[in-house]
Design a protein around this ligand. Sequence first.
Ligand SMILES: Cc1cc2nc3c(=O)[nH]c(=O)nc-3n(C[C@H](O)[C@H](O)[C@H](O)COP(=O)(O)O)c2cc1C
Length: 303
Amino acid sequence: MLLLDIPNRKRWTMPREARRSYAEHIPSPNEKPWKTRRSASSNQSETDKGSPVSEACSTFVLTLCWYAPNSGHARNVLTGISSENHVGKGDGVSMTKALLINGSPQQKKSTFTALEQVARGLEDNGVSTEIVWLGNQPVKPCVACGACNATQRCAFGEEDGVNALIEAVQAADALVIGSPVHFAGMNGSLKSALDRMFFAAASSFACKPAGVVVVARRAGTTAALDQILKYPLYAQMPVVSSFYWTMLHGQNGEQVLKDEEGVQCAYQLGANMAWLLASIAAGREAGIAPTKLENRAWTNFIR
Ligand SMILES: Cc1cc2nc3c(=O)[nH]c(=O)nc-3n(C[C@H](O)[C@H](O)[C@H](O)COP(=O)(O)O)c2cc1C
């Protein structure tokens, strides 16, 4: 499993004072977020991450990671996490690959944990996975400029990595979108990114299986799941389901893992997606071509 940031996305670091007041208002029993932390697997401290030098290095290395070949071992320099791409039961060459977008502004908390469960279900069934983090910088909304009509790329997309995301979806065989629930919907930056990605390039995502997971502390999961499903349903992407709606509960990864049914549901989504990918590959071998959309109708509700 590869863990990636979007190339060219800067990382915003909460100022020390703001971190302290945030922590005072929302006490966490397990951790003090204002403290400089070094994760067990990382040589880079939280406070180091905002420096221009480390950002430049991260961007450079992550750009390489993004395009790293889909086999063998990879190390994400930003997170320090070593991953094997879990080529598992496949041969590492003809492997199908799923891209998982973590739409949370928090890199490795609830949504990440939920996506990890989907990734396990995929990897256990021979599909390699990449989890890409949207980051915690604001993502511009679509301004309806229409420039993407001609290019299938967003006019702002080079600035904030949205075009890199479009290309990553195009290169992947399947897509999983994960979001925290924010006011009974998806995270705002994720909505901005998805609006721009799908407005620009939805037709190029057609026939790639898609799945969605959402995580809430308590409520709003149904509305958020429905909201996100609108994107694959618009883009002719076969939507993969599980044995229940893929909603998990918790305020952090530890709590999410206690939602045993949610964890299993996310895992099963990954396993079902792997099955569908294998079925599509078998269909392709047998000469079954994807459908084509001829002369798309475009009728506005104006009479
Ligand atoms: C702006 C904001 C709005 C939120 N709205 C909701 C909500 O409507 N319902 C809910 O249960 N939790 C809500 N939460 C809590 C998050 O959904 C929850 O903590 C989730 O686990 C965060 O996922 P993450 O750790 O991946 O960011 C909200 C959190 C934030 C920051």
